[in-house]
Each structure stands twice: as C-alpha cells, then as structure tokens.
Design a protein around this ligand. Structure first.
Ligand code: FES
Length: 107
C-alpha cells in the first residue's frame, strides 16, 4: 500500500491509498481523479496516462522501458526529466509518499 498524492493541473490535490500490485494510473482512474484518461486501459498503447513525477521520486522508480519511451513521444507536453506513463509504474510499499502532477491535458 502506498499513499500517493495526485495534483491536478489546477493545483487540486488528491491523496489516495493505492494497493500494491495496482499501477499509479489505476490508483487515479479507480478513484475518479481527473486528468488521467488511460484510453488503452494500461497496455502502454495510448500515452493518455502521462504525468509528471516529482523530481525527488524519479530515481526511485523502475526505469523506462523501450515501449514506454516510444509512447511518451505521443504524450502532451512531456518533460524528459519527469514525464512517465503512469500505467507502467506498479505500486509497492516503496512508493509510499509518491507525488504525481497531472498535465494540463492528455492528447
Ligand atoms: Fe494507455 Fe498508459 S493507459 S499508455
């Protein structure tokens, strides 16, 4: 279980406890956090689960796989230093305290 703070583009925060084994995307989608569309359902095939990871957390996440890197090219307003596809990040206890900022829009 990890407590994850999702921050909408307008600054509104949602603090959600997300079970291990779910993804960061599922934690938002299943709790009605606006800003993550997840059109492909988590198959790394749409890029509409793009979010900005707080800089303190980037190095603690699993590395970006090739497929995620390819799909990130299609996401809106990416920042190479902090953009990830949230469906590719599995929740574990180690992510307790993660802070994720949502983009202005998805593609
Ligand atoms: Fe489609 Fe993440 S939900 S790429």
């Amino acid at each position: 279980m990890a407590r994850i703070t999702y921050i909408e583009h307008n600054g509104k925060e949602h603090v959600i406890e997300v079970a291990n084994g779910l993804t960061v995307m599922e934690g938002a989608r299943d709790n009605g956090v606006p800003g993550i569309d997840a059109d492909c359902g988590g198959a790394c095939a749409c890029s509409t689960c793009h979010a900005y990871i707080h800089p303190d957390w980037m190095a603690k996440l699993p590395p970006v796989e090739a497929m995620e890197a390819d799909m990130l090219d299609f996401a809106f307003a990416t920042d190479p230093a902090r953009s990830r596809l949230t469906c590719q990040i599995k929740v574990t206890d180690a992510l307790d305290g993660l802070v994720v900022q949502l983009p202005e829009k998805q593609i």
